[in-house]
Design a protein around this ligand. Structure first.
Ligand code: PNS
Length: 172
């Protein structure tokens, strides 16, 4: 295991990115000098695919990090990925994966993924940050459900994402 991890990956589907995600990315950047936000294709997520394409999710993340002042810290980039997370981390030269934890329900799933990744890549460290309590109930699926029902999601997602959601569900 490396003594000092310089570069971490924050992976996710980000369908779409929420203020909870932005908080985790921001905190990862304060802990590590280089952060790559890895947007998974997740083609078969929940068996139904994603609401937004991979390109759209990458674009929304870039805009959200700019809007929320994370980009100005430097050392943060956003990349799409397909295939195994451990392979992507290896290709990018990242020494760790950072994820946010909300409730105990997240814990079971995240522990399983971390164990699997540790089995596949023993040198890759999994680091968890506790979600900001203000965003504990925020998830991409809750955001999509509220937005699809015409509810205002302005307190849950960056403004640029709220406007993309309005367009998306207005034209669906
Ligand atoms: O935001 P999500 O959907 O909880 O993120 C899950 C993600 C994309 C991090 C996870 O599904 C993943 O790492 N996918 C890449 C494929 C992979 O490596 N699978 C094995 C580890 S679970």
């Amino acid at each position: 295991m490396p003594n000092h991890i310089q570069h971490v990956v924050v992976p996710g589907t980000f369908d779409p990115v929420t203020l909870g995600h932005v908080d985790v990315i921001n905190r990862a950047r304060h802990l590590f000098p280089q952060v790559t936000v890895a947007v998974a294709e997740s083609r078969t997520k929940h068996g139904t695919g994603t609401a937004f394409t991979l390109d759209e999710r990458v674009e929304m993340l870039c805009q959200a990090l700019e809007e929320q002042g994370v980009s100005k810290l430097g050392g943060v980039r956003v990349l799409p990925f397909t295939g195994l997370l451990v392979d992507f981390c290896r290709e990018q030269g990242a020494g760790g994966v950072v994820k946010g934890l909300r409730a105990m329900t997240d814990f079971e799933y995240e522990l399983q993924q971390a164990d699997l990744n540790a089995h596949l890549a023993p040198d890759l460290e999994s680091v968890f940050v506790m979600s900001n309590p203000g965003y504990g109930y925020v998830s991409s699926s809750i955001v999509r459900e509220l937005a699809s029902l015409g509810s205002d999601v302005g307190l849950l997602v960056p403004a640029c994402v709220a406007s993309r959601l309005r367009e998306h569900y207005a034209t669906e």
